[in-house]
Design a binder for this molecule. Structure first.
Ligand code: GLN
Length: 278
């Protein structure tokens, strides 16, 4: 399908595009290399054939539902631009809460573990704060881990301490104790209607759902945590909009204290956590 044909200026592309204006601009910046301001100042410039072909392709894919983050190959999170591919979940603004809570609770030079790191967004955002936190990040997917490693080399100073582990939750995490464990695990209930809507249709299914009741990852993370936690260390986990009671109950049943939940920017209880005393 050809939406744009030659000759076509930047202004004309924006007038013709069937996409939301913001998304049309994002794709235009991507194919031209221009900034949003340059799109305005250079609006009478003609796109070349290669740019038009690329734009036709990307616009068609977007109309078919492909997430804009995968088309651009990147998404901003915590002020950093992460590479994203269909092998990783697209970082969500909600998840910045988990980063902030972890930073508040991890001392300088503390050890932190991120389970199910995906693109590495949480682990790398924490490491980028340059607090000498020693970050470990794990994922069961080799493809996700290579995206996370790429992001770490792009976004972190060369001397940053970050280690990656190909691991099914704790299975390959070396025996050591952490001051904080964080995770944004797959928590959507099997067959939930949202899995067949919007961006989620294109995201890695194993990063979205546990193919069960939405809580099985929490059971594994909570039950496996004790040998990896220093005394009074925090376990903090993101969850779905209606899962705070259930996640709190799992934490309490496993002997965690100080169990609580925190609201995201939309006011929804989004992260729950607790500490393991003696
Ligand atoms: N926050 C994602 C969503 O609901 C789900 C991510 C996850 O399962 N961890 O779109």
């Amino acid at each position: 399908m050809s939406i744009f044909s030659s000759p076509c200026t930047i202004a004309q592309v924006q007038a013709i595009s069937p996409l939301e204006p913001l998304e049309a601009r994002m794709l235009l910046c991507h194919v031209t290399g221009y900034t949003r301001v340059q799109l305005i100042t250079q609006s009478e410039l003609y796109l070349n054939d290669e740019q038009l072909e690329q734009l036709n392709h990307l616009t068609t894919q977007r109309l078919a539902g492909e997430p804009i983050a995968y088309l651009l190959g990147q998404r901003e999170f915590f002020g950093l631009t992460f590479k994203v591919t269909p092998d990783v979940l697209i970082p969500r603004p909600d998840t910045e809460l988990l980063v902030e809570l972890a930073l508040e609770r991890t001392a300088n030079a503390g050890h932190l573990l991120d389970l199910g790191t995906g693109s590495g967004a949480i682990a790398i955002a924490i490491a980028a704060q340059d607090r000498q936190i020693k970050v470990n990040a794990a994922d069961i997917s080799p493809a996700a881990l290579s995206v996370a490693k790429f992001n770490a080399t792009q976004l972190l100073a060369a001397n940053t301490q970050i280690q990656f582990h190909l691991s099914d939750w704790y299975s390959a995490i070396p025996a050591q104790k952490f001051h904080t464990i964080v995770s944004n695990p797959p928590y959507i209930v099997k067959d939930d209607i949202h899995l067949s809507q919007g961006d989620l249709r294109f995201e890695p299914i194993d990063a979205l759902t546990d193919h069960s009741d939405g809580l099985s990852a929490y059971r594994k993370i909570i039950d496996g945590a004790p040998p990896y936690l220093h005394e009074n260390a925090w376990l903090l986990m993101e969850h779905g909009y209606d899962q705070s009671d259930e996640v709190q109950a799992l934490l309490k049943a496993a002997g965690f204290t100080d169990v609580q939940s925190w609201p995201d920017i939309a006011g929804i209880l989004r992260v729950s956590g607790g500490r393991l005393g003696n």
